[in-house]
Design a protein around this ligand. Structure first.
Ligand code: CMC
Length: 422
């Protein structure tokens, strides 16, 4: 039976329908609220606002659950591959062998236009890799057939393949370019992850390194309506082309409160170490409301229990460091910081736990990836998720342009004052 909530505004009672998801999540549908009452809702940071219905990713922040298309993240991280997960996110089902082979060919086929390669080689070596990636993906839209910019004509799988291949070539090429090293082209005989590593380091990764990268990319592949996915959807709602949408997603991810946190965590751990390793000082600063400093890699808008990705990454960090024979003193700093934070009432009361970015940087570092490349590694993983979110949006009949309202709190009407009278 349909459920409704009744609210009383200005003496009038109205009924608003309750929408229920497949995991019993409930939402009040307020789409008729303004038309019927003149009121809007105000929700700074969208903490209580559902922006869409989605079949892609389910997460329960209280229970620490994350599933892609119904499959638990720990099973996917253990048993699947990044390419298979990319297919799953975009098509809704795990691929058959033939479907996966076809998808792999679609991803491997595209090459980067020579003009984009030249553009990459012209960026200053000091440029941030996220700025480079966002610019190069936007620039890619200038070198594709016009059909690729028309969302009614576009071949969606072909463009997904092109974007996945391009982001890995762009990141690896710029990584080598800024070190003044010879560029290594994409090798279609290698798997996606092997190829990425080979383009960066000029060698095929060991099985352990390959597995670690697969896991990291899988864990980052989607996370429902986060800041960058919402950016992709907002841009896409104007029927902008997917290159523009993804470039916008990259810009959103870059920020230190979102994907840029992995770089910020490493910089924080390094500064704690340089300061004698006293992580309690960092903890005190994070609790001080007069100090803008936050414990990077801690807290999450949605997870109020352990971030399930952080659990998997923490375990993987120990395994990878042991397999590679790497001893990183920053891991001890991170573990010490985590321990004291989890026992501290400030963090306990606010339900602040380590998030995905807290340990990921230690693995990237062990693999030889420099700190300012961490966020672009996240972006390589997130590409199929962004694309799946964009695809779901454009395939949804009746999707509307995203156009929030506001509560205006500025000046009331006043007359223009001539310059000489000001
Ligand atoms: N260090 C210290 N205090 C914190 C932290 C932190 N990392 N995170 C939240 N708080 C406090 C915050 O000051 C507030 O305290 P009070 O209630 O006394 O005012 C309370 O906890 C609630 O925080 P909020 O800012 O309202 O939470 P939010 O949901 O708006 O922000 C967040 C979520 C992830 C932006 C935030 O926790 C944060 O800034 N964390 C550090 C950056 C980070 O690690 N980001 C990566 C997120 S996971 C990866 C991804 O998004 O892709």
């Amino acid at each position: 039976m349909a459920e409704y909530v009744k609210i009383k505004l200005n003496g009038n009672e109205i009924e608003l329908p309750v929408i229920e998801g497949t995991e019993n999540e409930k939402a009040i549908d307020i789409s008729k609220l303004r038309a019927e009452t003149g009121y809007i809702t105000l929700d700074d940071g969208f903490g209580n606002t559902g922006s869409c219905k989605s079949k892609i990713t389910f997460l329960d922040g209280e229970k620490g659950i994350l599933r892609y298309r119904g499959y638990p993240i720990d099973q996917l991280a253990e048993k699947s591959s990044f390419l298979e997960v990319s297919y799953l996110l975009n098509h809704g089902e795990l691929p058959s062998k033939t479907e996966l082979e076809k998808f792999e060919r679609t991803v491997k086929e595209p090459t980067l236009p020579v003009e984009i390669c030249a553009l990459l080689d012209d960026f200053p070596k000091t440029a941030h890799p996220m700025g480079v990636a966002a610019s190069a993906i936007a620039a890619l839209s200038c070198f594709v057939p016009r059909e690729n910019l028309d969302i009614t004509k576009i071949d969606k799988d072909q463009v997904l393949g092109q974007l996945m291949e391009s982001i890995s070539i762009i990141s690896a090429r710029f990584f080598r370019h800024r070190q003044g090293k010879k560029i290594i082209g994409s090798d279609p005989n290698l798997s996606y992850v092997q190829n990425l590593y080979n383009m960066m380091f000029g060698e095929i990764p060991s099985d352990e390194v390959k597995k670690a990268l697969e896991v990291l990319l899988i864990l980052h592949a989607d996370h429902e309506q986060n800041c960058s996915a919402s950016a992709v959807r907002v841009i896409g709602s104007a029927q902008s082309n997917p290159y523009a949408c993804i470039s916008g997603g990259l810009c959103a991810l870059w920020g230190p409160l979102h994907g840029g946190a992995n770089q910020a965590v490493m910089e924080m751990l390094e500064s704690i170490q340089a300061d004698g390793g006293d992580y309690r000082k960092a903890l005190d600063r994070a609790k001080d409301k007069e100090d803008p400093f936050r414990l990077m890699g801690f807290g999450h808008r949605v997870y109020k229990n352990f971030d399930p990705r952080a659990k998997i990454i923490k375990k993987a960090t120990d395994t990878v460091l042991e397999q590679l024979g790497v001893e990183d003193p920053l891991l001890d700093v991170a573990k010490g910081l985590e321990k004291v934070a989890l026992e501290d009432p400030y963090f306990v009361d606010r339900k602040l736990y380590p998030n995905v970015d807290f340990y990921s940087g230690i693995i990237y570092r062990a693999l030889g990836i420099p700190t300012d490349m961490f966020t672009v590694m996240f972006a390589i993983g997130r590409m199929p998720g962004w694309y799946a979110q964009w695809r779901e949006l454009v395939d949804f009949k009746g999707s509307r342009i995203a156009r929030p309202r506001q509560v205006y709190v500025g000046e009331n009407e006043r007359d223009y004052i001539l310059m000489e009278n000001r």
